[in-house]
Design a protein around this ligand. Structure first.
Ligand code: HEM
Length: 401
């Protein structure tokens, strides 16, 4: 692997920020070869923000992912590539614009706010199940809450959540793998096939009998003028399920862990609960749950004195941008009252997170519920997920009393 500054060194997994700072200073467009496929990493705030809006960069990269596979595996893996190629996240205009205007209606801040009582109800059940004492918070709250909420919005029965979460975890493991393996590919393939089968059946039921849920709305959109093809429908369901919970799990877990790391900030939040919203924003900056997002160059161009060629992959580092000293004074300080916090935790530009209002609401309500326990104590320093895209602790063992 070509990686002279050691971006991919395993030692950086727990604390990637020093190496990202070095890239910002010395190699703002850093070329690293990973698994036989080269890619650039962009780490400065101004470059990352500009990159998300740059028409020379395409979000459509499912085929580029497939090209990294050995040729004999490509046909076998085609169902995954077909599914991902239709995700809103991985599309360019005009398809992106069409999907965005359709889906955007389901996630407006006003509509999301109507979910507050239901989210509180789900949280109440989860919190009641944890007696005061020792608890593993990812398994008890941060993991189940988002999958139950997005499952409810889609109209899926709560008892299916373990199955859905397992599928989504397998896709996440594939997406940000540090080293690709046959097991990860097979896991992602099995998950996509299972989800497609699951959603095909659920959508067929909604076509028979409409309900008040997002699946029915998607099925109806399809009927009213073929807005979505069958593959787009299946891919959209998969993308919403995935986007709607991996990230939120980590936002909740990262918030609790970061407050435990900085007890003065936890104490301040307890004294000034109105700072909860800005605490969540600071976590989206300081320990952002999505560390990087990929793009593919559409054309040849020069950037920072280097030649980028059409087809090259570029990763825009949200984690790098969010710690850039030229944008944030004292960027390595966790400050729950930080002013002018224009972080890129949800990215920016046309693909700006469609679920931002929902993710924020879930995180705020989860924190409100957990702050009712007056004492938090970290029982074990967590290890971070072995993933280059999704950042969060594998488990979070705490004592609550
Ligand atoms: C709370 C934590 C969350 C974080 C940190 C997060 C992060 C992100 C980021 C960084 C992007 C932009 C990707 C890009 O520019 O290529 C994105 C897009 C997206 N997110 Fe989120 N997300 C979160 C929650 C959610 C939720 C709750 C949903 C629920 C539906 C969701 C659904 C999506 C979708 C569908 C897109 C694609 C939008 C598009 O391509 O136009 N996300 N998210």
């Amino acid at each position: 692997m070509h990686d002279p500054l050691g971006l991919y060194a395993p030692d950086n997994r727990d604390d990637p920020y020093p190496v990202l700072a070095r890239l910002r200073r010395e190699a703002p467009l850093y070329f690293a070869g990973n698994e036989g496929a080269g890619s650039f990493i962009v780490t400065r705030y101004a470059d990352v923000a500009a990159g998300f809006r740059d028409g020379r960069l395409s979000a459509s990269r499912a085929e580029a992912m497939a090209r990294r596979l050995p040729s004999e595996a490509r046909q076998w893996f085609a169902p995954v590539v077909d599914n991902l190629a239709h995700w809103i996240l991985l599309r360019d205009p005009p398809d992106h614009t069409r999907l965005r205007s359709l889906l955007g209606q389901a996630f407006t801040p006003r509509l999301v706010e109507t979910w507050r009582p239901r989210i509180q109800e789900i949280l109440g059940e989860l919190v009641r199940a944890i007696e005061p004492g020792e608890v593993e918070l990812v398994g008890a709250i941060a993991g189940p809450l988002p999958v139950l909420v997005i499952g409810d919005m889609l109209g899926l029965p709560p008892e299916d959540r373990h199955r859905l979460k397992a599928c989504s975890d397998a896709i996440a493991a594939f997406f940000g793998a540090t080293v690709m393996s046959q097991a990860l590919l097979a896991g992602a393939r099995a998950a996509i096939l299972e989800l497609e089968e699951y959603f095909r059946k659920a959508l067929a039921e909604r076509r028979q009998t409409r309900r008040q849920d997002l699946l029915s709305a998607l099925a109806a959109a399809e009927d009213q003028g073929s807005m979505l093809s069958e593959q787009e429908l299946l891919s959209t369901c998969t993308a919403i399920l995935f986007g709607g919970h991996e990230t939120t799990t980590n936002l909740i877990a990262n918030t609790v862990y970061t407050l435990l790391r900085f007890p003065d900030q936890l104490q301040r939040l307890r004294a000034e609960p109105d700072l909860l919203a800005s605490t969540i924003e600071e976590v989206l900056r300081f320990e952002c749950p999505v560390s990087r997002m990929g793009r593919v160059a559409r054309v040849d161009f020069e950037w920072h004195g280097q030649q980028v060629k059409a087809g090259d992959r570029l990763f825009l580092s949200l984690a790098g941008a969010n710690r850039d000293e030229s944008q944030f004074p004292e960027p390595d300080r966790f400050d729950i009252a930080r002013a002018d916090n224009r972080h890129l935790g949800f990215s920016t530009g046309p693909h700006y997170c469609i679920g931002a209002a929902l993710g924020r609401l879930e995180a705020r309500l989860a924190l409100e519920a957990l702050l009712k326990f007056p004492r938090w104590e970290l029982l074990e320093k967590p290890t971070w997920l072995d993933n280059l895209t999704v950042r969060g602790p594998k488990a979070l063992r705490v004592a609550l009393s």
